[in-house]
Ligand binder design. Structure first.
Ligand code: FAD
Length: 367
């Protein structure tokens, strides 16, 4: 009988393994594909932000920053003295049109309560701060410029968490779990990402394909933040000397991860060129697609103990923000398992009970 078994060794599984091992728990992680070819985390943009509507998401974004900046010390191992995750703290810039502005002003109240450190400006002031942008059709914008948001290399982030968990005693094994009944453990944590519903059929999380394009532009703007234009749903950021940009189009129920190439000409390029005139000159150099672990009820995380099962906990439904939430979720689940309640950020509004009783608590700022 194992003490704790985690199903899924992705970013949530690795983080939970790390935090539980630190508390002295004996952990076994079952991961069906240790190359992580189709897992969500290596296909993500690595972004961490605190610009959300829901307070929990803002607080988890703040903790992500604290954790990432302390990571070289927290996750040092004998083999890797000071692990790095290639942090680019360029900030985020979110753009809103007139119809979206009132909701954003509501969100800003939560930013203020959570001391998020964000700044809000009228759209016409945008070019004073971001001279490369066109504010046409926008009403307002929120951004950070104090190195509190940005992005990391998702693969390095995962390796650092996993390696530290292993050094603390966690065992990672290659194995596909078909049914949670196969597992003999005091506690089971399901961290199976967008495939959670195959193990827990009452959890409304589904794989949703998102496509990312890589483009080259003669004008290089290395200081550009991760910019999300909520008026079109297109988002982009610099990637080395190039840029990467996400399509607003997403597809449920598709087994193939071929990028939706047509989206580039039809949706993404027009939106980019409208917002950043320099992007009129672009060359597509590549792209990929990955699955969001989408909570079809309300785009918010589902975390906690399953009320209908004796010893099963789960964490899923991050809907495009599981990489940045991994540290806070790993810590929160560990608090719940070891002490019976949350000690730092109260994540009870993400409870499985909320989902099973169909209580929506929508997070609107999905990029
Ligand atoms: C294009 C794209 C961009 C994104 N950008 C961002 C971003 O900028 N910031 C951010 O925070 N998030 C982002 N995300 C979302 C983020 O990647 C996910 O929310 C996060 O990876 C979820 O973590 P996870 O560990 O739950 O799932 P995964 O990373 O998918 O890991 C789950 C693991 O479980 C394993 N598994 C599943 N079922 C079983 C089973 N039955 N038995 C054994 N193993 C199993 C899988 O093989 C997989 O390795 C993005 C995602 C995509 C696709």
């Amino acid at each position: 009988m194992d003490e704790v078994v985690i199903v899924g060794g992705g970013i949530i599984g690795a983080s939970t393994a790390y935090f539980l091992s630190k508390e002295g728990r004996k952990i076994r992680v079952f991961e069906r594909d240790p190359t992580y070819k189709n897992a969500s985390f290596p296909l993500s943009l690595g972004g961490f932000r605190r610009q959300f509507f829901q307070k929990e998401n803002i607080l988890l974004g703040k903790f992500a920053k604290e954790f990432i900046f302390q990571l070289p010390d927290l996750l040092e191992t004998k083999k890797n003295g000071k692990p790095t995750v290639s942090v680019v703290p360029n900030g985020y810039l979110l753009l809103f049109n007139k119809k979206q502005a009132d909701e954003q002003y509501e969100a800003l109240k939560n930013h203020s309560v959570c001391d998020a450190g964000t700044k809000n400006i009228k759209a016409e002031e945008l070019p004073n701060i971001f001279p490369w942008i066109s504010s046409e059709g926008l009403e307002t914008a929120t951004y950070t410029d104090s190195k509190i948001e940005g992005w990391v290399d998702p693969h390095m982030f995962h390796s650092a968490l996993k390696n530290k968990a292993i050094e603390l005693g966690a065992l990672f094994e290659k194995k596909e779990i078909k049914n949670l009944n196969e597992i003999k453990a005091e506690i089971i944590v399901s961290a199976a990402g967008c495939w959670t519903n195959k193990l827990l059929s009452d959890i409304p999380v589904a794989p949703q394909k998102h496509t990312i394009f890589r483009v080259k532009c003669p004008k290089h703007i290395p200081e550009m933040p991760l910019t999300g234009d909520l008026s079109t749903g297109v988002y982009w950021r610099p990637e080395g000397k190039e840029y990467i940009a996400g399509s607003p189009n997403s597809i449920f129920d598709t087994p193939n991860l071929e990028p939706e190439w047509n989206d580039f000409e039809e949706l993404v390029w027009p939106a980019l060129a409208k917002r950043v005139p320099a992007f009129e000159e672009l060359k597509l150099t590549g792209g990929w697609a990955g699955y969001y672990d989408t909570n079809k009820l309300d785009n918010n995380a589902i975390v906690g103990k399953h009320p209908k099962m004796k010893n099963v906990y789960l964490a899923t439904g991050f809907t495009g923000r599981g990489l940045m939430q991994a540290p806070g979720i790993g810590r929160g689940l560990t608090e719940l398992i070891t002490t019976g309640k949350y000690q730092t950020i109260d994540l009870s509004s993400f409870s499985v009970e909320r989902i099973l009783s169909d209580k929506k608590r929508t997070e609107p700022y999905v990029l």
